[in-house]
Design a binder for this molecule. Structure first.
Ligand SMILES: Cc1cc2nc3c(=O)[nH]c(=O)nc-3n(C[C@H](O)[C@H](O)[C@H](O)COP(=O)(O)OP(=O)(O)OC[C@H]3O[C@@H](n4cnc5c(N)ncnc54)[C@H](O)[C@@H]3O)c2cc1C
Length: 359
């Protein structure tokens, strides 16, 4: 009998895995939103809303055999998934890929794509009207946002504030120093080693004055809080043997299982598997899941399959707008040209439109 795979969440894991397993099993992808949200494009979309529609990709054409069920999963057992409306979906294997949340307007805050479009339009208008912009948090999203604003709106006064001593201090230093130099050349002011003590919102851009823990005050027409993602792991909370790591992620065993249930797996941002919360991590986990699930379909036990090995050093690409940027490519650190060709120009939009069978 054909095995049934339920995937909860149509983000990077969900879409790639559902497509890969579509001809090998009966696939049900449970996802409440009408469109896949391509996160890297959402940073540029705040500054240049033309890219928004390209990065919001309908699920309609994803699967040839399986189904995308427009619903929110409420709970999980080893027999299947119960939806918010009480419907039960039965399955042999369940993969939880509910991802993470981030600040507006980088990821949607609800299931409505229309509300997300409205958030983008509202914050783009606030950005256009602002003369000064402060970005609190200099991870990849904050740093890229500073670069995008500097490229598309060079007249804005942009300040990037980080509690770290430098940009990307855990990466080889060339990445941080070259990005710092490029931001500096583009007129972005960077402030390191300080914390904003009075952030009024952790999720919504607003206008106000930041009080820093070194005593300084920075007033800005628009303050973007960009302090990182938090996993959407509540659906796993009640499973036996669950334990949480950093950023609300669930810890997994070497076969990406988060609980005592032997046929329930978790991957992507929701799972603390040894990888960072990145698409790059998903690009390693998903082919492994495909292989492992195919072995199970062919009669193997989970423990007879190869364990998942997280990235040691993962590539990390940081565009500063469509032309500039730096990238750690494991063997070396690349500059503007490679960063532009690999990511900055198109932000992988074509790749994900193709994955969802849209041109
Ligand atoms: C602005 C931004 C830019 C980024 N850029 C990059 C980049 O350039 N490179 C990179 O490597 N990483 C990047 N990342 C990180 C990357 O987006 C995440 O690592 C990635 O989205 C994780 O994929 P996922 O499949 O785990 O979850 P997500 O992409 O978060 O998708 C989870 C899905 O699950 C659904 N869901 C949640 N709860 C339920 C439920 N109960 N029932 C059903 N469905 C549910 C959600 O609706 C969502 O569609 C970026 C992140 C942000 C915020």
């Amino acid at each position: 009998m054909t095995k049934r795979i339920i995937i909860v969440g149509g983000g990077y894991v969900g879409v790639q895995l559902a497509k890969a397993m579509d001809s090998k099993a009966e696939v049900t992808l449970i996802e409440p939103r009408s469109h896949f949200v391509h996160a890297p494009a959402m940073i540029r979309a705040v500054v240049d809303p033309q890219i928004l529609d390209q990065g919001l990709i309908p699920y309609d054409d994803l699967l040839k055999n399986g189904q995308v069920l427009r619903a929110r999963a409420h709970s999980i057992t080893s027999a299947g998934v119960t939806l918010d409306d009480g419907t039960e979906v039965l399955g042999d294997y369940i993969v939880v890929a509910t991802g993470s949340n981030n600040a507006t307007p980088f990821k949607p805050t609800s299931d409505s794509i229309e509300a997300f479009r409205a958030d983008n339009a509202r914050i783009h208008a606030m950005l256009e009207a602002a003369q000064s912009v402060a970005i609190v948090g200099a991870g990849a999203v904050g740093t890229e946002l500073a670069g995008e604003i500097a490229h598309f709106m060079p007249d804005k006064k942009v300040t990037l504030i980080s509690s770290e001593p430098s940009l990307f201090p855990t990466m080889p230093s060339k990445l941080g120093t070259t990005l710092f130099g490029k931001l500096n050349d583009a007129g972005v002011t960077t402030i390191f080693g300080v914390r904003a003590e009075n952030l009024e919102s952790l999720t919504e851009p607003y206008s106000g004055a930041l009080e820093l823990n070194n005593g300084d005050k920075i007033a800005a027409d628009l303050i973007f809080p960009v302090i990182g993602s938090r996993a959407s792991s509540a659906i796993l909370d009640t499973l036996p043997g669950i334990s949480k790591g950093g950023a609300n992620r669930v810890k997994t065993d070497p076969w990406l299982r988060p609980s005592d249930l032997p046929n329930v797996f978790a991957a992507g941002d929701v799972a603390e598997s040894g990888d960072a919360m990145t698409i790059v991590a998903v690009s390693r986990q998903t082919p492994w899941l495909e292989k492992m699930l195919t072995s199970l379909i062919n009669g193997k036990k989970v423990e007879e399959t190869a364990k998942y090995k997280p990235w040691g050093k993962a590539p990390f690409l940081v565009p500063l707008g469509p032309l500039k940027g730096s990238s750690f490519l494991v063997l070396f650190t690349a500059g503007d040209l490679m960063t532009r060709l690999m990511k900055g120009k198109d932000l992988f939009v074509s790749k994900y439109r193709k994955m969802l069978n849209r041109t």
